[in-house]
Design a protein. Structure first.
Length: 102
């Protein structure tokens, strides 16, 4: 499952939230399919960037996002307990998503 929403603070950005794949079907391309669907939706709404927040220690999730074109941003993420912050990752949607090429 995954959810895409318009960013509340930036009109040219959409957010990917609540991505989760059942452990029984991980490593089968499900996350990529979900990310691609959300990216196509976001591009179709006119968003130039797709953003997400991830816990810094969640290395498997970070690798999945990096494989799908996200990079760690220098934007401060949400403050977690213990004064740690989530990482903000961004993906430039560019050309392709709403054209069906990606």
């Amino acid at each position: 499952m995954a959810t895409g929403i318009p960013a509340t603070d930036q009109s040219d950005r959409a957010e990917l939230i609540s991505l989760w794949v059942d452990p029984a079907v991980r490593s089968r391309g499900v996350a990529t399919a979900l990310i691609t669907a959300i990216a196509r939706w976001a591009a179709g709404t006119g968003a130039a960037t797709l953003g997400l927040s991830v816990m810094a220690g969640n290395v498997p999730a970070r690798r999945t996002y990096e494989r799908n074109g996200f990079t760690v941003s220098d934007e401060p993420g949400g403050l977690l307990s213990g004064r740690q912050r989530e990482l903000v990752m961004l993906h430039d949607l560019g050309i392709g998503y709403c054209d069906g090429y990606v």
